[in-house]
Design a protein around this ligand. Structure first.
Ligand SMILES: *Cc1c(COP(=O)(O)O)cnc(C)c1O
Length: 362
């Protein structure tokens, strides 16, 4: 027996493969570390990793994510992008062949004070200007020397840094970060990595030995003013639901909690079976587009837990059961995010377990 699902996220794995090929062609001399943190940006960690066969490594944020990849049979190198959190994590890294970032004194001391069976692959994270994580240029030499002397650290040491504003093409910040990183690491033996998606697409000087694309692999643009489509990438996730009611609304009547949208005309309201309980943001304002039957219909009234309402217009022919796309193929998540005042990264990673995940071209 099957029943009609309310909300479905269809993950198009051939779109993913297309995007990964395009990434490779944009940085032909670099290895690719596919970033799959936060459940593959909400797309499903293992499905994404298994269909990224040509990725040279994976980047994750949490040790659990790395362990899930290993348990799922992923054999490529895996890097903890913010490193480990306590000394007790280190034997787990060794057993599961997980690489780590080192960005602070606490991590370095933990490595120095451990007795590990096998050395761990370490990427020294340099703060080149984002000032979130990483060793400052004054500390750099000392860290390099201590890591070199530490028997628990595999040689050669590797080096990485992260951009704070690579999506802002008119700023000089990214060039400054690149210059500082290159000058600090000049003449080093080990591999270097700098570029996220925006670096990969806009700052070729940052490609170096490894690029670390996340969002663009999922077919979502890191730039506000340039869509993934314009860049040749295909959205991997399409989030759909369907109409569960089409109702008449008279001019002057309001819809939903708080009655925060009032119709200026007699119209038809479509009720769609998705809400903030599924991860569609409650903060989506009136006017946020939903794609139905070949056109965009604006959200009218507050998003509730299980439903949202759109103004279909007085002449609407839409019927109960018709599909509605919240974002994806016909409606870029970047465009929806702009209405909501967030970025598409947040939209795709925040879907809840209530959404049915469906994998196409498995
Ligand atoms: C998340 C992350 C990336 C990927 O960033 P995108 O903007 O999604 O490409 C790369 N490097 C590090 C250190 C990250 O944390």
């Amino acid at each position: 027996m099957t029943y009609m699902k309310a909300a479905t996220a269809s993950i198009n794995l051939s779109a993913l493969e297309h995007n990964l090929r395009l990434i490779k062609s944009k940085a032909p001399n670099s290895k690719v570390m596919s970033v799959v943190k936060a459940n593959g940006y909400g797309h499903g960690l293992l499905h994404i990793a298994k269909h990224s066969k040509n990725s040279d490594a994976f980047g994750v944020a949490r040790i659990e994510e790395a362990l899930q990849l290993r348990a799922g049979g992923i054999v490529q190198p895996i890097l903890l992008l913010e490193g480990f959190y306590s000394q007790g994590d280190l034997p787990i890294l060794v057993t599961n062949n997980i690489q780590t970032v080192v960005h602070c004194e606490e991590q370095l001391s933990a490595l120095e004070n451990s007795q590990l069976e096998t050395p761990v692959v370490v990427w020294l994270k340099v703060d080149s200007g984002m000032h979130r994580l990483g060793v400052r240029s004054e500390q750099y030499q000392d860290f390099v020397e201590r890591l070199h002397h530490c028997p628990n650290v595999a040689k050669p040491l590797r080096y990485m840094s992260h951009f704070g504003c690579a999506d802002e093409l008119d700023k000089t910040t990214t060039e400054q970060q690149t210059e500082l990183f290159l000058s600090l690491t000049e003449g080093c033996e080990g591999e270097r990595s700098l570029a996220n998606s925006a670096g990969l697409l806009a700052w070729p000087d940052s490609h170096l030995d490894w690029v670390r694309p996340g969002i663009i692999s999922y077919g979502v643009s890191p730039f506000v003013d340039k869509s993934a489509k314009e860049l040749g990438f295909l959205p991997v996730m399409t989030l759909t639901s369907h109409l569960i009611a089409v109702r008449d609304l008279k001019a002057g009547e309001s819809v939903g909690y708080g009655g925060n949208w009032t119709s200026q005309r007699d119209t038809k309201i479509g009720v769609i079976a998705i809400g903030y309980g599924d991860g569609y943001p409650r903060t989506a304002p009136n006017g946020t587009p939903v794609f139905i039957n070949g056109r965009k219909a604006p959200i009218a009234g507050r998003v509730s837990m299980d439903m949202l309402t759109v103004d279909l217009g007085p002449d609407a022919k839409d019927k109960v059961g018709d599909e509605a796309t919240l974002w994806g193929r016909e409606l870029p998540s970047e465009e929806v995010a702009l209405h909501i005042g967030t970025i598409a990264y947040e939209l795709v990673t925040k879907l809840t377990s209530r959404v049915e995940m469906e994998y196409e071209n498995e």
